[in-house]
Design a protein around this ligand. Structure first.
Ligand code: FAD
Length: 423
């Protein structure tokens, strides 16, 4: 086994899972996992859900206890930042001055929140984002006090989850979204409309098609007002900006690796340098599901890509073809998505949106591309299997009165490919 070992940059979901998958596969070289945040690697999804509401503790966020790293002989460096990669010497440099050689380097640098380019956003206190445990601790501290006027800018997954959590804690919540609908790129109008309607019924205000033009503060520099493009001023004690993320690509770009909304990798998640891989939120990869290069932000994507890279490093390369899936929780509502619905041109709805139990099947050019399920975990499980097996399902079949996910999986129709095999 090579002596320099594997260095993983970024100790989040993707970085941790890469190190763990390498050991699980029997890799016996040196593994070093380096993260710039303090503490052991943790899960981010509860930060906008249970951790914020107080039902999930800090210990429950941990992806692995500290003892795991010693037991697996994984070197964990935290609170230090990789500042440069020397690809000729195959060495990385850390902010602390340390340098480390590698045989293989895995970039799992994640993403950071976009900022709001309006007056007051960068200078006023009380203007927050939600990406790290430190961000969540600050927000949790504020939300644990008396009722506040909270304005959430951006009706993406994190913004809507946070709004639902804050509303359940009794705060006055307004969500402002510049697009005409929430989650316009990620969800069908049926599901996004349903989520917004549900949030409104809890007492939150959701303003769609409205742009924040400025944040105004008091003499002490605390945010007090959110100004909109229409002549409206919303009082605010806290503003959370949830307008998407930017992938952390600077390290790769400076090292001469290809970047462009993500670190560009091939089907095995290798960059242009065969010794350097990228996984998770920072990686832009050719997706079989989408038929083009995409960058995904989900636990499934980071974890499955980590396993794929570990396989390649262990000499058993496989293309990354996992069916993407995602979940979101907004209060008691659990939404699950299988596949990628972007660019779909037809939808079929099964179930009852009124009773919070429905699935939306999205078709692209006559083929099933994605399924959004609310309160229907069984549909979600079956949708993942259908998409993974490439089973053909047309909108016409999905519209048949006797169509049922379960029946469909038990007796899959004979596909054209199968017919030709049996002919
Ligand atoms: P990250 O987890 O962001 O880890 C990257 C790490 O690398 C960070 O710690 C970063 O500080 C560090 N780093 C960056 N540059 C350097 C450097 N130069 N040197 C050292 N360290 C560096 N996904 C779901 O599927 N379902 C959900 O419900 C869901 N909810 C979410 C809720 C919130 C509030 C957030 C923020 C995310 C949520 N996600 C959810 C997304 C999911 O958490 C991410 O997709 C996942 O964490 C990506 O893992 P990653 O390893 O690519 O990046």
């Amino acid at each position: 086994m090579a002596a320099r070992g594997v260095v993983v940059v970024g100790a989040g979901q993707g970085g941790l899972e890469t190190a763990a998958a390498l050991r699980a596969r029997g890799y016996d070289g040196r593994i070093t996992l380096i993260g710039d945040e303090p503490g052991t690697p943790y899960q981010r999804p509860p930060l906008s859900k249970g951790y914020l509401s107080g039902t999930t503790t800090g210990d429950e966020l941990e992806l692995r206890p500290l003892s795991y790293f010693a037991a697996q002989d994984i070197g964990l460096v935290t609170g230090d930042r990789v500042t440069a990669i020397d690809r000729d010497l195959r060495t990385i440099l850390l902010a602390s001055g340390l340098s480390l050689p590698y045989d293989r380097l895995v970039l799992a640098t994640g993403a950071r929140p976009r900022t709001l380019p309006v007056p007051g956003a960068a200078s006023l206190s009380g203007v927050l984002s939600l990406r790290t445990l430190a961000d969540a601790d600050e927000l949790r501290g504020r939300l644990s006090g008396p009722p506040l006027q909270l304005v959430v800018v951006g009706a993406g997954f994190i913004g809507l989850e946070l709004a639902a959590t804050a509303r359940a804690l009794g705060h006055d919540v307004t969500v402002v979204e510049v697009q005409g609908r929430a989650l316009g790129r990620a969800l069908t109008p049926v599901t996004s409309g349903w989520l917004v309607d549900r949030l409104r019924r809890t007492g939150a205000r959701v303003l769609l098609g409205r742009e924040v033009t400025a944040l105004r503060g008091d003499a002490a520099g605390r945010v007090r007002v959110v100004e909109l493009d229409v002549a409206e001023r919303i009082p605010a004690d806290v503003v959370v900006v949830g307008v998407g993320v930017l992938p952390n690509t600077e390290l790769a770009a400076t090292a001469g690796l290809g970047v462009g909304d993500g670190i560009v990798v091939d089907r095995q998640l290798r960059t242009g340098d065969p010794d350097v891989f990228a996984v998770g939120d920072c990686a832009r990869f050719p997706s079989a599901s989408a038929g083009r290069h995409v960058r995904l932000e989900s636990v499934q994507n980071a974890s499955d890509q980590a396993r794929c890279v570990a396989a390649a490093i262990c000499g058993e390369p496989v293309p990354y073809t996992a069916v993407p899936w995602f979940w979101s929780e907004q209060g008691p509502v659990r939404l699950q998505i299988a596949g990628l619905g972007a660019g779909h041109d037809e939808t079929v709805v099964h179930g009852e949106p009124e009773s919070a139990s429905f699935s939306v099947l999205c078709f692209r050019r006559g083929r099933l591309a994605a399924v959004e399920s609310v309160g229907r975990p069984a549909d979600h499980g079956i949708a993942r299997r259908l998409l993974a097996s490439g089973t053909e399902l047309s909108p016409e079949e999905a519209l048949r009165p006797d169509f049922g996910f379960k029946t469909y999986v038990r007796t899959p129709p004979i596909t054209k490919e199968r017919l030709s095999v049996h002919a």
